[in-house]
Design a protein around this ligand. Structure first.
Ligand code: SF4
Length: 291
């Protein structure tokens, strides 16, 4: 898909976060070239682009590094500290889409945080191996955690649903490289894909590969099937494969989620894996369970 690039001067780049596990978010871009079919950011980012297809636009905030510097200085005065909690990259884009190779805005924002001497955690989540270009900047940050979204081990499945994102095999290689360089990584298994990854066998294989790549922490998240996600995703599945569509439709209830969580917890048992915090699992009894 061709992406229309809009170079803009933004009004802000660091905003309060409503996401679990983070206090602020940095979005150097708005929109995402990866065009995942299950993306819930699509509805948040698209209000500035009514009628435009998700994946077909990317706002490039050319002034993001300068803005971030000014916003950090303002917050430092307010909190009298260089730590205002966890800063997360990003909520309405992937910080390492192809255009990052050209504009380097994520890199420059990370450099601003390093120069500022930010003392809180910086958390960066991506689907792109491009992130490894910034290992030298990560090494300059005081606390950094890098997350990779990995929803399957099958490149064909990632191409089918994460249409323009780098294949999962590339992501696994990038996880290895980051761990070899001493950067802590986690895997975000979200959404746990109905039809493709529900079985114990598949979840176990996925966890095995992630652990081999050096991952010590995993996050799980159910698929968010709100009306906007459903409209886009179900239309796509309807045109591609009705069997898959039916399984996705079946996944939209508490019983399905509870069954899936039981399978996930069985797979986690005995592994030396930390289960990440957040909204990940909904079943109250299971989410209190110790692994
Ligand atoms: S990479 Fe993330 S932000 Fe980009 S389309 Fe996929 S889910 Fe959405």
């Amino acid at each position: 898909m061709l992406t229309k690039i809009n170079k803009i001067q933004a009004k802000s780049v660091l905003t309060k976060s409503g996401l679990p596990g983070s206090d602020y978010v940095v979005n150097p871009y708005n929109g995402c070239q990866f065009a995942c079919m299950y993306c819930y950011a699509a509805q948040i980012a698209r209000w500035k682009h009514p009628g435009e297809e998700w994946g077909s636009f990317l706002d490039v905030k050319l002034n993001a590094p300068e803005l971030l510097k000014a916003e950090l200085e303002k917050l430092e005065k307010k909190f009298k500290s260089k730590n205002f909690g966890t800063i997360f990259f990003s909520s309405v884009t992937d910080p390492y889409t192809g255009m990052e190779a050209k504009y380097q805005l994520t890199r420059k924002c990370l450099e601003v945080l390093a120069d500022f001497g930010y003392e809180g955690e910086i958390s960066v989540q991506t689907k792109s191996g491009l992130i490894t270009k910034d290992i030298n900047v990560f090494k300059r940050l005081k606390k950094v955690l890098v997350g990779f979204t990995v929803t399957t081990l099958d490149d064909k499945v990632s191409r089918f649903l994460e249409v323009e994102a780098p294949p999962v095999s590339v992501r696994i290689e990038a996880i290895k490289k980051l761990n070899e360089n001493g950067i802590s990584t986690y895997a975000f298994i979200g959404p746990v894909l109905p039809y493709f990854i529900k079985s114990k066998n598949k979840i176990n294989k996925l966890l095995d590969e992630l652990q081999k790549a050096g991952v010590k922490e995993v996050w799980f998240e159910h698929i968010h099937l709100n009306s906007a996600v459903k409209a886009r995703l179900f239309n796509y599945l309807k045109s591609e494969n009705l069997k898959i569509l039916e399984e996705f439709e079946r996944s939209d209830n508490a019983e399905y989620r509870e069954d899936l969580e039981k399978v996930i917890y069985e797979c986690l048992e005995g592994r030396k894996l930390k289960l990440g915090l957040g909204k990940i699992l909904y079943h109250k009894d299971l989410s209190k369970k110790k692994i």
